[in-house]
Design a protein around this ligand. Structure first.
Ligand SMILES: CN(C)c1ccc(C(=O)NN)cc1
Length: 328
């Protein structure tokens, strides 16, 4: 089987939300290659923590409670959720898992309550970091992958308009040139890979140092690189500065933003300057940068700012996982 689903950006391309049918309900979930739990808002939650989201009905006929199973998850930004576990049919654009662990929230943090466009998350990292106890559950991809035409999924994220995820096949209309594959280190449960040198602007100069190990994370809005690369980038943005009050680099919204070329698997991938204007700060006609330092996170994250510039293939067809990127 295969699946094809639209990926709809929230405001400022903060996250990408996809329709998922669970039993007879359709919920809109944040597809996240940086985590491994499929969890949903549910009827078990206090109404104070729900702000218009669709709730998974745990009393529906097709939902089977997994007694004694619980989950609790926290994300890099300090947000989190917890609850209990059901099994139900999950259909993503035609790819169907007949018995998928659906983690029904009994409580979510304020960041999720206020994320009114999302009814939950669908994790696409490795099942080794699934947070269900006493027994970790498989991700949707792991549950269905043996039934897919090819054991892979792809992400085509667009700015301010629908992109798509596919399961089981590569859509050759989504990219130009060839796909460059590189090995994945999933020892931490993420789609980890090694990135090479970078160049700020088309000048071919400034390529100083290498980026090193990184993860591809559709659930993270921005791109977080080592300090040296980030300082090199903003040294080319007139009027930019680090704002402790805003918690990152900002610049005049009128600033001209250079591109950033990153070498992966020996191929240079160009992130256009426009990708690095994330959102207005709300004060002084300054804008918040889509590129920020990875200090405090502990690893380098190629989030949506990067992934919008490429077609990404998350591939387990070779036995060992690999990740592919192509220009789009
Ligand atoms: C609060 N929300 C919507 C989040 C969604 C996803 C993540 C995340 O780190 N994914 N890899 C964090 C927070």
């Amino acid at each position: 089987q295969t699946g094809t689903v639209a990926a709809n950006p929230e405001q400022y391309d903060q996250a990408y939300i996809c329709p998922v049918t669970i039993g007879s309900q359709t919920l809109h979930l944040d597809f996240d290659t940086g985590s491994s739990d499929l969890w949903v808002f549910s009827n078990l939650m206090p109404s104070s923590e729900v702000d218009g989201q669709t709730e998974f009905n745990t009393n529906s006929a097709g939902a089977t409670k997994k007694d004694g199973y619980t989950w609790s998850i926290s994300y890099g930004d300090g947000s989190g959720a917890s609850g209990v576990v059901y099994a139900d049919t999950v259909n993503v654009g035609g790819a169907t898992a007949t018995s998928q662990a659906v983690e029904a929230a009994t409580s979510v943090s304020s960041e999720f309550t206020s994320d009114t466009g999302s009814d939950g998350l669908l994790g696409l990292a490795f099942s080794s970091i699934n947070q269900v106890k006493p027994t970790p559950q498989t991700t949707f991809f792991d549950t269905v992958k043996s039934s897919l035409e090819a054991e892979l999924f792809t992400a085509d994220l667009q700015s301010n308009g629908p992109g798509s995820y596919t399961f089981g096949y590569i859509d050759s209309s989504k990219y130009t040139g060839s796909i460059t594959y590189t090995a994945v280190d999933n020892s931490q449960g993420f789609w980890g890979f090694t990135a090479g040198g970078y160049t700020v602007g088309g000048g071919g100069s400034n390529s100083t140092g290498t980026i090193g190990s990184a993860i591809a994370d559709t659930g993270t809005s921005l791109m977080y690189l080592p300090t040296a690369a980030v300082q090199s980038y903003y040294s080319q943005v007139s009027g930019s500065s680090y704002s402790s009050s805003q918690g990152g680099y900002i610049f005049p919204c009128s600033a001209s933003l250079p591109s950033l070329t990153v070498s992966i698997g020996g191929h240079g991938f160009v992130v256009p300057g426009s990708n690095f204007n994330y959102s207005p700060t709300g004060s002084g006609n300054t804008c918040f940068g889509g590129l920020q330092e990875n200090t405090g996170i502990g690893f380098t994250i190629f989030g949506d700012v990067f992934l919008r510039a490429v077609y990404a293939i998350f591939d387990e067809t070779q036995g060992s996982p690999r990740i592919g990127f192509a220009a789009q």
